[in-house]
Write a new protein. Sequence first.
Length: 127
Amino acid sequence: MPTGTPLGNAIKHNKEKIKQQLNELWLYAQSIAASELDDTDPSGFDKIDKEKVNQTIEKINEALKGNKSADKKIKQKLNYAKRHWPAALEKYEQQEKILGTQRSSYSKTDPDATFMRMKEDHMKMGS
């Protein structure tokens, strides 16, 4: 997470990145095995969650299974996605619950605490 970026913005950015990459994987799979995939395009998801990601990855894996022309890098990315994205989305969901609607960040060691800026910026974080 970039320094100075509120956690809420980082979560939104990372979720959008997962949606974009999932859509790219879907489009690739459609170009190779269109007949194996139905019209359930993941780019139409308003809300992305771990179940939808798992279902979409499974559909893509099934469509590419046994397809000799499928790129090995795509299959590696699918394996990475299957292992990491659902857990990341679950973590983001928990962090969003802690943040609620009123906050943009929180302390990971004390979720009830927030960073307070002082007029004298001893930590040099104000500029």
